[in-house]
Design a protein around this ligand. Sequence first.
Ligand SMILES: Cc1ncc(COP(=O)(O)O)c(C=O)c1O
Length: 395
Amino acid sequence: MPIDLDAVRADTPGTDHVLHFNSAGASLPPQPVLDAQMTHLEREAMIGGYEAEADAAERLRHTYDAIAHMLGGDADEVAIVENATRAWDMAFYAMPFEEGDRILTSRAAYASNHIACLQVAKRTGATVDVVPSTTRGEIDVDALRSAMDDDVALIALTHVPTNGGLVNPAAEVGTIARDAEVPFLLDACQSAGQMPLSVDELGCTMLSATGRKYLRGPRGTGFLYVQKDGIERLTPPLLDLHSATWTGPDTYEIRPDARRFETYEGHVAGKVGLGVAVDYALRLGLDSIRKRVQSLAATLRDRLATVFGVTVQDQGRRRCGIVTFSADQKDARSVQAALREDDINVSVSTPNSTRLDAEARALPDLVRASVHYYNTEAEINRFVSALRTVLADEW
Ligand SMILES: Cc1ncc(COP(=O)(O)O)c(C=O)c1O
């Protein structure tokens, strides 16, 4: 079903104030997400934080159900944490790597994930092998197939990189991982909320994501999915009295479900809001969201290609709502600052956020304009016209 643009904009108070092309940074939340958080925060102030949490037990339980429903998993396969990085780390650092193990990753790897790989390799003697990309920038699935051997302990893939619209062929990677019975950790931070994600179709055994980006949830929220069979093989790198029980003076037992990756204290209002955000996305339909986001982004790329001095930098056969570009006339930070003066929000992708890709393509800082379904064609026109003015100032 097509998205009712008037309704979603009426539900998004921020659209009255800014032209927001920064959903890959943090999207504008819809009113129900804001209301759910404010209501909970007020309740905390009125009756106490623990008491408000007890009152919200059903809403909190619902958040796990909603995430599980969105991914096609079970609620006990979901952990809710502070952000995507912590979600990814909790799974990654729980893996029992040994000397000689191989961690396969790809060129679009996100900095935080790759840094963790390098650290673990240094500690354990495992190696990090970057699978080559195709000329379109995606992980080369044939090269991945040839790279598989008995030493591969993990395939770690970034579904959509932080620095562009490329969508990696995650399901094809998942098939290879499944055939080889190798764990597959998918970083879905930039894809969650802008396209359907079925863990079954993707073939991933673990998936990490954040709340604030395309899901339009609260900041300070993220989640980890771990396939049931694998949970008890993963020992969380950090434990507390929520993830484990102190069973005797010298003993403890780790929870059997994915909540072993959580901590006791958390952002309760955020968790409630995250559930509402997932419901909101599911109600609109992730397939409808994907279609609209892809179409808006394609229009924006076409329009940018007509602006003198601008180079669109996105790769991939399949592309999503993230649009990146550079301009000959002005560096990305100056473009961002000039647009901000016009109440237009974009962000900047720096080479060190995706070093492998940035070096391979000699990328400078990029302007990242990420669209969501609540953006409009009129906003694209205003954006391109503002950009022309900003760049023309330089000549
Ligand atoms: C591909 C990718 N993975 C992970 C992250 C980290 O997400 P978070 O900031 O929620 O930890 C980002 C953030 O931009 C990202 O782009």
